[in-house]
Write a protein that binds this ligand. Sequence first.
Ligand code: HEC
Ligand code: HEC
Length: 286
Amino acid sequence: MANRTKRIATMFAITMVGTSASLAGGPVDEKLVIDGEVEIMTRVPAPEGHPFDELISGWHYRTEETRDLEADSFQNPGMLYVERGEEIWNTVDGAAGKSCASCHEDSEEFLKGLGASYPKWNEDAGKPFNIELQINQCREQNMQAEPYKFDAADQKALTTYIKHQSLGMPMKVDLSEGEMQTWWDKGKELYYTRTGQLNLSCATCHENYNGNYIRADHLSQGNVNGFPTYRLKQADLVSLHNRFRGCIRDTRAAFPAAFSDELMALEVYVTWRGSGLGIETPAVRQ
Ligand code: HEC
Ligand code: HEC
């Protein structure tokens, strides 16, 4: 055990700055209030059966500059995608001559809280849907338009717009619908399975090493309440499945396709791990 810890620490130059009991240099003790108006619940008690006592948003692990960017919607570069998403929502596309707004008329009422309740069981598809999959279903079946390709700029913008309408609302996932519990189980198994040449699992980094530094990165709990997220390093908006794939690639494992059963199961489970955290979309990260 000591050996493997040393091996991982060496490979990744993980700096031990504390244990999970005493997070020296750990998450900052600040409050996230967007534009001085919307207070986001960034620290909440964990649901029953969770490995942590407290759930903490990734915002607490970032530098002051990065945290400030998120707290000011005029400075948050992700807000441009929200504006673009609103445009798409109202634009007619496809052979049916409809926009999203044509059918979902009272948009504000329809969208409030919606993004905070995904992923959600989709009976027709027989699997959980995230916002991206639901958008594609409406485009294909209701607009007679082409589904978006994974990570198309418009897919990210529309997803960000929809999630942003739940800003500050608690993230929740309903496991009682359909077969959601089975997908949760599968997601949990994947979360703890070590993969890749480095033999690491999600839990190795986000549970065991949470609060430590890996290269220049401060390891958070790996919560999903800010997605899609604006990443300064990429100077772009990053979707959740892109982030998952990046994390898996870092273990030097082959990474599954976006929206594959594996990544959907992970999305169900990891969303549950952040239950109750306020939606931050678009969050700003390094
Ligand atoms: C022709 C009408 C029509 C258009 C246009 C349309 N939708 Fe839908 N939408 C529906 C119907 C009907 C449902 C419910 C059944 C289903 O899931 O298809 C729905 C369901 C949804 C849901 C799920 C709601 C929930 O309770 O979880 C979302 C989100 C959504 N649509 C978003 C969109 C977006 C985004 C667009 C534009 C890209 C769009 N819709 C275009 C008819 C439409
Ligand atoms: C080698 C270590 C490592 C592994 C293994 C790893 N991650 Fe990450 N992950 C990171 C780092 C570093 C970051 C960026 C800093 C942070 O938020 O922890 C990150 C960020 C994230 C974020 C974004 C957090 C936020 O607040 O924006 C999510 C979500 C995430 N990881 C999920 C996962 C999942 C799911 C797995 C397993 C498939 C996984 N990670 C495996 C290192 C790892």
